[in-house]
Design a protein around this ligand. Structure first.
Ligand code: CU
Length: 93
């Protein structure tokens, strides 16, 4: 989804982890990750994107937006809980 020239990638964070587990996105466009927390009480709230040095505590319910810059084709961004048990991947092409 593109809003005002910015690509928005939507991920839901809930008790069972993150969904979707894999997202395909466009490369070379400014991109925001929008995490929608829904009844999220577990370790999925402790969110990380290690390669971007991002550590965030997500709310139980609500929206968190994280700027990802303009990833290049072939880049992959991995999000995970702090323990690494829940993960998701965004592929840029
Ligand atoms: Cu975890």
């Amino acid at each position: 989804m593109v809003e005002d020239g910015i690509q928005v990638i939507q991920v839901v964070s809930t008790g069972g982890g993150y969904s979707p587990r894999t997202t395909n996105a466009k490369a070379n466009i400014e991109t925001v990750l929008r995490i929608n927390s829904e009844n999220s009480y577990g370790c999925e709230r402790s969110f990380r994107i290690p390669q971007l040095d991002i550590n965030e505590i997500l709310p139980t319910n609500g929206i968190t937006e994280i700027e990802l810059g303009s990833p290049k084709a072939g880049e992959e961004i991995f999000g995970s809980c702090s323990m690494g048990m829940y993960t998701f991947t965004i592929n840029f092409n």
